[in-house]
Ligand binder design. Sequence first.
Ligand code: NDP
Length: 277
Amino acid sequence: MRTTTLPMGEPVPILGQGTWKMGESKRRRSDEIAALQAGIDIGMTLIDTAEMYGDGITEELIGDAIAGRRADIFLISKVLPHHATRRGTVAACEASLRRLKIDCLDLYLLHWRGQVPLADTLEGFDQLARDGKIRHWGVSNFDVADMEELAGVAGDRQPAVNQVLYNLTRRGIEHDLVPWCKQRGIPVMAYSPVEQGMLLASPPVQRIADRHRATPAQVALAWVLRCPGMIAIPKAGLEKHVKENRAALDLVLDREDLDALDQAFPPPRSAQPLEII
Ligand code: NDP
């Protein structure tokens, strides 16, 4: 598995697994656990979740999926903005740890900006790190102005990642946020990298897939992963989809492909507000 490096020097896989909506259907639960486990077997050991997903049901499912192999996983969860006071952050993390049946998260993110001052949330993260309950902290859905403000509050502490919406149809961050993060060595983690499945029916993406005897999902993922320092976390509830996604790492898009994709999905020409799903 190819890796990128967090600001604190730790390598993490560039292709992980998202989990939003997992566990919400009893009928799909065993397929979802099998998909996550198959992904772990083939190196997709970075798993992203959140206390919000299914009101904790998703974290419980992950706890079952990773039982006995905690050490292999880089596990990420997120605190909801309205929980993100100093004490609320600690309490939310402890509840996540219980549902996940683990002692420590590898990375804990603020899910998006809310009303709580960033300094309070950072105090919560610091407390959790001191207590050995999280190893790293980071943010999600932060635009450049939020990152600037965070940098002012955090001083010499750096977020491990900024997790944001990024795919062929959501390219706004290329204009400013990606360069901002790159300059500071902060990886960008792309969520909804196949636009929640919507990109898979795109004719231009299909044409490139045909050219490479690949699938649209692989083209969409290979395109996201063409950026150095980018991590993608597609969610796939079927083993077949996970294996297909893993093979995106073997697909190299050439200049002709990238030009065709730029034609179909033009890059931003000016700053755009960060899009959020
Ligand atoms: P994705 O872009 O990852 O799309 C997921 C959908 O695509 C599912 O319906 C899945 O189907 C389908 N899919 C995935 N791979 C394939 C494939 N190879 N072939 C066919 N269909 C495929 O959307 P998400 O919104 O789930 O984003 C990924 C993750 O990012 C989330 O799960 C979550 O962990 C995180 N996220 C974070 C947010 C934040 O605010 N920080 C917001 C949104 C997402 P199936 O399940 O049937 O395989």
